[in-house]
Design a protein around this ligand. Structure first.
Ligand code: SF4
Length: 143
């Protein structure tokens, strides 16, 4: 099944360890993460700066915007934009999963998350940087 993912979720999927905003969100995120980490699976991902597949199961989904808190929609869109730019992607374009994973491994350093994910409440736990490190280890030639 093809997917729609917002830019910053291209990073989140590598650090995800079962934490999330609600059981429904975690279930949806878990399914996407498993598909992305499964090397046997290939599918297309449309990269957006908007609500995506995981947002559909999020309790903070306001229909067309994120309503987690005041300013949260602008905040997540800014993260989307920074990740899309860093990876050299084009908003609303569709890419193969394997290519996006390879580019993430090649172009993102764990410390880049300090800037790319600035303001994200999950950053402090360290699991996301750990996830990027693991991804880079799994594709060593792309470091
Ligand atoms: S710090 Fe936040 S935005 Fe960045 S990868 Fe982790 S959960 Fe995603």
């Amino acid at each position: 099944m093809d997917r729609i993912l917002r830019g910053h979720h291209l990073l989140c999927v590598h650090g995800f360890q079962g934490m999330g905003y609600s059981p429904e969100f975690v279930k949806e995120m878990d399914a996407i993460v498993k598909d992305i980490r499964n090397e046997e699976k290939e599918f297309q991902i449309k990269v957006v700066k908007d609500l995506d597949d995981t947002c559909q199961a999020c309790p903070h989904n306001g229909g067309t915007i994120c309503i987690a808190s005041e300013g949260s929609n602008d905040h997540v869109k800014a993260m989307d934009g920074r990740v899309i730019e860093h990876l050299g992607l084009i908003e609303n374009k569709t890419y193969s999963k394997s290519l996006l994973v390879e580019w993430t491994a090649r172009l993102i350093q764990p410390e880049d998350l300090d800037h790319l994910c600035k303001g994200c409440s999950w950053l402090q736990y360290g699991v996301c940087k750990e996830g990027i490190n693991k991804l880079k280890d799994s594709i060593p030639s792309k470091n």
